[in-house]
Design a protein around this ligand. Sequence first.
Ligand code: PGA
Length: 263
Amino acid sequence: MRVIECTHPDEAAELVANDILAALAKKPDLVLGLATGSTPIGIYERLVRAHREDGVDFSRVRTFNLDEYIGLSAEHPQSYRMFMREHLFDGIDLAPEQSRFPPTDDHDLQAACAGFEAAIREAGGIDIQILGIGANGHIGFNEPTSSLASRTRVKTLTDKTLHDNARFYEEGEVQPQLATTMGIGTILDAKRIVLQAFGTKKAQAVRASVEGPISSFCPASALQMHPSVTMYVDPASASMLTMRDYYRRVRENERSLDELGFR
Ligand code: PGA
């Protein structure tokens, strides 16, 4: 796993957005795996700006979101379909039928989840998967103890996740306890994975995912099995890493290799 410690979340957002834009320039029908939450907003802002100011063309891109709540309509302000419209889709030239979310409205959810997996395969697989991480180590809504081989399915959210997200709901408003999420196996099928984690709240999860044993108790630790994961952290989320100096030195050496023209 590559660990890139950025001075500020904005630096990480810039690096990830530039990475996506470079991949898009090479492959106009790029397949993106998308995450919601506060962490990826800076990436989406930059992609929207690239479309508005530089005319970057997203019309052939396909997207698959990681997860969605069961029981919220697409128009509900807390639904992830609404989040994506607000933060990305309304700002770029992507037709609605090119974006898919894990199914939450179908009578036969299991069959619909298999259909979602098939759609990813038919698109040729996810080229770049964007991830955040929960304070409990979840990726998507794969909560601790999720099977490391899991596929898209319905999960019950943990008390920790419900508590962390309660701030988005009005007092008395019903907060969904169920969500459909890509599985850990689904995520690991992506060709490339970029994960961002910022703030002290994430420090323990970052340490467990990068330096801890692979364990379903920290779902993000499964990323150690993937050949191409870059984790972007800030000084606060990096604060518990024991090999922090080493990760910095790796980055410096990568820069030197770049300057010398190596690939
Ligand atoms: P956050 O959520 O980006 O709002 O911190 C991340 C997550 O729970 O996966």
